[in-house]
Design a protein around this ligand. Structure first.
Ligand SMILES: [Zn+2]
Length: 305
């Protein structure tokens, strides 16, 4: 991930996750030993998935831990009734990569939910990359349990991270570039990308320069509908290089749900571990995504009438 900062955002409020309206059902605040059966999205389940993924160790492209992560995701997606497909490819330097897609219908879906599941190489042997990667996968996996729409497809992307220390136009986003190109003319109408969505004190900041007026209206409507803090769910006055960009450039109306990370002391360091992750934060991100899914599919249904 690389950000193009145009202005310092005015609202960098490090609030705690205390919105009562979006609190997950009562459960222990610490890691739950097992997943719980819950009628709706449950942040504690997302937390358990995040912890299980981090326990695999660094999940860089082509590694054994990356393969184990794919198996973990497939197991839970299949249990929730989703079909899956692996799309294998190679980066220009020959590193093997693999995106994982999940769908309930083989017909093209109007809405794509995405996250990246690779971790940056060369950080540390115990690098968990809990927020930068695992948090998005954890939210999508818990969403898969409660999401029955056939109009939604999930994609867990490889190769978001660059091989060089910093991402560039030509190094990074390998999985999303591959997937957007692979779809040819059958692109989704909308995409929501999740990245760094589980931090304990996160401030979400969608990139204003990458967000259409329509998507901005959907985002602000969802924030209001859920009673979330407008100081914690805000807008970054710039653009990001992230997995929404290849779809955006292909004509998809995309929304990148991402927390402020630039200037932090944890991003791409061993400090990005489970101690940063908060069930309630994951819960908020899950509810926000669900709200957006419902709004977008309703908008699509209204257009069809
Ligand atoms: Zn990263």
């Amino acid at each position: 991930m690389r950000c193009f900062l145009l202005l310092i955002p005015a609202l960098l409020c490090l609030c705690s996750c205390d919105d009562k309206s979006t609190a997950p059902p009562a459960a222990p605040e610490k890691t739950p030993a097992e997943l719980v059966d819950s009628p709706g999205f449950n942040g504690h389940n997302a937390y358990a998935h995040c912890a299980a993924i981090c326990k695999l160790g660094p999940r860089y492209s082509g590694s054994a831990a990356y393969e184990q992560q794919l198996c973990y995701l497939e197991k839970h997606l299949h249990a929730a009734g989703w079909q899956t497909a692996r799309d294998s490819f190679a980066a220009p330097n020959g590193v093997k990569m693999c995106n994982l897609r999940a769908f309930r219908s083989t017909s093209p879906s109007p809405l794509l939910l995405s996250c990246h599941i690779d971790t940056k190489t060369g950080i540390a042997p115990d690098f968990e990359s809990a927020d930068d990667g695992a948090s998005g996968a954890a939210v999508l996996l818990e969403l898969a349990r409660v999401l029955s729409h056939e109009q939604v497809e999930l994609v867990f992307l490889d190769g978001e991270e660059s091989f060089a220390p910093r991402m560039s136009e030509t190094d990074g986003l390998y999985g999303s570039k591959f997937d957007a190109a692979r779809r040819g003319s059958t692109l989704p109408r909308w995409q929501i990308n999740l990245d760094m969505v589980g931090g304990r004190n996160k401030t979400m900041a969608i990139p204003s320069l990458d967000t259409s007026d329509f998507m901005y209206a959907q985002y602000t409507a969802a924030v209001r509908a859920l009673g979330l803090s407008e100081e914690k769910w805000t807008v970054w006055p710039g653009a990001y290089l992230d997995d929404h960009v290849p779809y955006l450039e292909a004509g998809v109306d995309s929304l990148n749900l991402i927390a402020v990370f630039s200037g932090s002391n944890w991003w791409h360091t061993p400090k990005d571990n489970m101690s940063r992750i908060c069930p309630r934060s994951l819960h908020e991100s899950g509810l926000m995504t669900l709200q957006l899914v419902n709004q977008l599919l309703n908008a699509g249904a209204a257009d069809a009438r």
